[in-house]
Write a new protein. Structure first.
Length: 139
């Protein structure tokens, strides 16, 4: 059995999560965590890892080719470093530069307003990050 992959779209106050099925075929939005800081986020993520029997983790990092890391990318890099210290699962990084924009467009296409459920953008962005990772490992 391959085991589930957890995707994380880290933000300052909200962290979007998405999960694959155990066979790693389908990527689905999971939940949005409300967090106070990286430590709080990691504690909640560890709970999800244990509950859902996660075997790998993917974290979205906003990367811009040829440019220095943005402040957000530096925060995500710090988050990843802390996460790697506290979990045994492999942690992969995926470029998520436009996942939130794509998630908002998806919600608009579905006829939903972003303001009604801000966490939906984070969950959908995490699922887009996860789908990108699945595409990369299958090719």
């Amino acid at each position: 059995m391959l085991g589930r992959i957890l995707a994380i779209d880290p933000g300052g106050r909200r962290v979007g999560l998405a999960l694959t099925d155990p066979m790693r075929i389908i990527a689905s939005p999971y939940e949005t965590l409300l967090v106070e800081d990286n430590n709080d986020a990691i504690e909640q993520i560890i709970h999800v890892i244990q509950k859902e029997q996660v075997s790998e983790i993917v974290v979205g990092m906003p990367l811009r080719p040829g440019e220095a890391l943005s402040e957000q990318a530096k925060r995500v890099q710090n988050f990843i470093e802390e996460l790697r210290k506290r979990v045994t699962q492999p942690v992969h990084i995926v470029d998520e530069s436009y996942s939130s924009v794509e998630a908002e467009e998806y919600l608009h296409q579905m006829g939903k307003k972003v303001g009604q459920d801000k966490g939906a953008v984070d969950r959908i962005a995490a699922s887009l990050i996860l789908k990108q990772h699945l595409n990369e490992i299958q090719h």
